[in-house]
Design a protein around this ligand. Structure first.
Ligand code: ZN
Length: 376
């Protein structure tokens, strides 16, 4: 009897402790106005998905989940006043949260009652998302709507063929600078280069999941590295279901499982250190032999050069200049009645720890991407 009583006491105590731990919430404000909250369940959702056993996850997961994309400043509100304010770009990489409701910035743990976020005014100017691409292509090709898509169709055009051209790691600002310098004849002829946003984390797997499903990572399940398939229906699934042909021309290997596409890998066959020339050759062959209804082309060299040398390096610029020429060749080879989108999966920023570059954060240079719609 005594034993079972103490068991009950322990059980009740544990229950209370769990309830107390999980009862916390942090109010989220945007420029002083309440817009939502972060709680134990939401943090746990991400801990289970991405933490790999660690107690802390990136705060950016929760901010993106609640609709923030480009942020200037965050303020920690405690005891009814601003406890501390941070320039978000400086701390984005070093801001975490755990399931006790602690926000850890630069290794210091805080227990804020409220997080007040000041979004960048740029966020309000940008109304295109990588999540718009699959819904747009579905509509252009006359396919049904994607069931989980958050993005919206951006074109009223109908076309027989669709082409998605992914330029991995192409920073929006660098593209515009090179166009203005006259270095990119193909891009220079394009009327509108839209400023768009990718999803967080700004990495190839998560962006590709969002680009193919039109849904954000917390819906399609691709929330980080190591995820190779989506929990939501993709544009490729939809096209094949409707009897259309889908071909994907990739680089060395698949960064992401492209189910329902006929995949062509393009290694560095000529040993020149680059794969984009091989991707070009395979793309031209596909277009020349039998143009599929939907063609996905993934160029990688811009991202590779960005990681190795940084976004301000001559190597990064040279890769963009090369791919500009490749795009011209693809455009000229494409049949009439084709709708084309050209876009990046994420941007590129200087790496604070090396002479190279990186991406993955909820920062402007990683989140802003170019998006282009063209017809032929
Ligand atoms: Zn990428």
């Amino acid at each position: 009897m005594k034993k079972s009583l103490s068991f009950i006491t322990v059980a009740v105590f544990c229950l209370l402790m769990t309830a107390c731990q999980s009862g916390w919430q942090i109010d989220l404000h945007e420029n002083g106005t309440p817009i939502g909250l972060i709680d134990h369940d939401l943090v746990n959702f991400y801990i289970e998905k991405v933490s790999d056993g660690a107690e802390n996850i990136q705060l950016a997961h929760l901010l993106f989940h609640q609709g923030f994309t480009l942020i200037d400043e965050i303020q920690l509100i405690m005891d009814g006043k601003i406890h501390q304010a941070f320039d978000w770009e400086n701390i984005a990489e070093k801001s975490q949260i755990n399931n006790k409701g602690e926000v850890i910035i630069n290794g210091v743990a805080y227990s804020p009652v409220t997080l007040n976020i000041s979004p960048s005014p740029l966020a309000a100017e940008i109304n295109l998302s990588i999540m718009d691409l699959a819904p747009t292509m579905a509509k252009v090709l006359g396919l049904p709507e994607l069931p989980d898509a958050y993005g919206q169709p951006q074109s009223e055009i109908r076309a027989q063929h669709g082409v998605l051209i992914l330029l991995d790691g192409l920073q929006y600002q660098k593209l515009i600078t090179l166009i203005n310098q006259g270095a990119l004849p193909f891009f220079g002829e394009i009327n509108t280069i839209h400023k768009g946003l990718t999803v967080y984390p700004s990495i190839t797997t998560a962006s590709t999941g969002a680009l193919l499903t039109g849904a954000p990572p917390y819906v399609n399940g691709v929330v980080g590295y190591g995820y190779r398939s989506t929990e939501s229906k993709t544009l490729f699934d939809l096209a094949v279901e409707m009897g259309r042909s889908v071909t994907a021309v990739e680089g060395y290997s698949l960064a992401f499982g492209l189910q329902n596409a006929e995949v062509i890998l393009s290694g560095d066959r000529d040993g020149d250190g680059f794969t984009d020339d091989n991707v070009l050759r395979n793309s031209l062959r596909v277009i020349g032999e039998e143009m599929p209804d939907l063609l996905f082309i993934h160029f990688h060299d811009v991202d590779d050069m960005g990681h190795s040398y940084g976004p301000d390096s001559p190597e990064y610029e040279a890769a963009i200049i090369r791919v500009d020429g490749y795009l011209a060749q693809i455009y000229h080879a494409l049949p009439e009645n084709t709708f084309i989108t050209i876009f990046a999966d994420h941007g590129m920023q200087n790496d604070s720890l090396s002479s190279g570059g990186n991406h993955g954060q909820l920062t402007k240079s990683a989140m802003i991407i170019p998006i282009i719609f063209m017809e032929k």
